[in-house]
Design a protein around this ligand. Structure first.
Ligand SMILES: Nc1ncnc2c1ncn2[C@@H]1O[C@H](COP(=O)(O)OP(=O)(O)O)[C@@H](O)[C@H]1O
Ligand SMILES: [Mg+2]
Length: 340
């Protein structure tokens, strides 16, 4: 999978290191997300004044918008140690019990992809979040007993791309949910400007604007495009100018408005194979050879946001704007006729 298309967490060590290095460490440095920043600031200030752990926080939104970064900022700004874990690593209640009982007082526990935790662990987490207490089961069958265990107070920061998959009792126990939105081009320009300065890339304003416009509203993608443009400039000897941006992005299949291969494959399938839709998510996933979850949590949010895709009770539809972008005449009449 090429790394421009993969908007998930980087798996490659160098990519991870670079992403880590580009992470803002304070709310003041964190670009955009005005509302969420204000909300978090209030929460952290209140906790500091009252000298207690901040409430549990849920970060919700598509990949690459800053959930992990904000979790780190919460720990950093409140001067607390941070422990990192993730839903897929918590396959049994015992995994969670071991993690929770080893926390030091006031520690911030970050659980990424919190919707992917085992069900038994979720139930243990309800009690832990509410009362800082868990019940540990000892023994099996008729002789099994539960031993209550008190925990040090902690702040849970959960991140999810699928808040709809969280059971209500778990969602209700977060004191605050930060809903991260896609970024405006002007905000992404600031992200790119900051990263270019940190990476020592001399980037003209026009190149910066072009990268921002083609980053799918996502800082992670903006940072990746910047690095590919830098690569291009290094290899071809020119500067990292608008021409280098255009050439590099063409090489990586990023189109004029920032859609990547998978975005276009999804639109293409709806328009050509399903005559504009409606088509069910699983059928669509099979048609483009991707996991339904990837389509739903990575591809669709942005296509919906720019008004190219609609989610209806009967399935996904392509809008006239999507047709126009693909350069296909909108078969409105045919669609209506089919619907009868
Ligand atoms: N608001 C922001 N300002 C500056 N950089 C950001 C911002 N949000 C995200 N980033 C950068 O984007 C990358 C991905 O962010 P991350 O927090 O890992 O996203 P998520 O956890 O939501 O997938 C990081 O390198 C981070 O530095
Ligand atoms: Mg993350």
């Amino acid at each position: 999978m090429d790394d421009l298309r993969d908007v998930g967490e980087p798996v490659d060590e160098t990519e991870l290191a670079i992403e880590g290095a580009l992470r803002p460490t304070s709310l003041a440095e964190f670009v955009g997300q005005h509302k969420v920043r204000g909300q978090l600031q209030l929460l952290l200030d209140a906790a500091r004044i009252q000298q207690r752990s901040p409430d549990h926080i849920l970060m919700s939104g598509p990949p690459g918008l800053g959930k992990t970064t904000l979790a780190m900022i919460v720990a950093h700004e409140s001067g607390r140690p941070l422990r990192l874990s993730s839903g897929p690593a918590i396959q049994h209640a015992g995994d969670l019990a071991a993690l929770l009982s080893s926390l030091t007082p006031g520690e911030v526990l970050f659980i990424d992809e919190v919707h992917r935790m085992a069900r038994s662990a979720e139930e243990m987490l309800y009690l832990a979040m509410e009362d800082f207490r868990i019940d540990i089961m000892v023994g099996k069958g008729a002789g099994a007993t539960s031993i209550p265990l008190d925990l040090a107070p902690f702040t849970l920061v959960g991140a999810t791309t699928r808040s709809g998959l969280l059971p209500n009792p778990l969602r209700d126990r977060f004191g605050f949910t930060a809903h991260l939105e896609f970024y405006e081009p002007a905000e992404l320009e600031r992200v790119v400007e900051r990263s270019a300065a940190m990476l020592g890339v001399d980037l003209p304003v026009s190149a910066r604007a072009e990268i921002a416009r083609r980053s799918r509203g996502t800082p992670r993608i903006a940072n990746r495009l910047l690095r590919r443009v830098r690569d291009y400039a290094v290899v071809h000897g020119g500067g990292a100018d608008a021409a280098a941006v255009a050439a590099a992005l063409e090489l990586y299949d990023v189109d004029a408005i920032g859609l990547d291969r998978l975005d276009r494959a999804v639109l293409d399938a709806i328009v050509h194979r399903f005559r504009g839709g409606p088509v069910g998510l699983s059928t669509l996933a099979v048609a483009v050879g991707e996991e339904a979850e990837t389509i739903e949590s990575v591809v669709e949010p942005y296509l919906v946001r720019i008004g190219f895709l609609g989610r209806t009770p009967r399935g996904r539809i392509a809008t006239p704007e999507a047709y126009a972008h693909l350069g296909v005449a909108h078969a409105d009449g045919a669609l209506r006729f089919d619907d009868l």
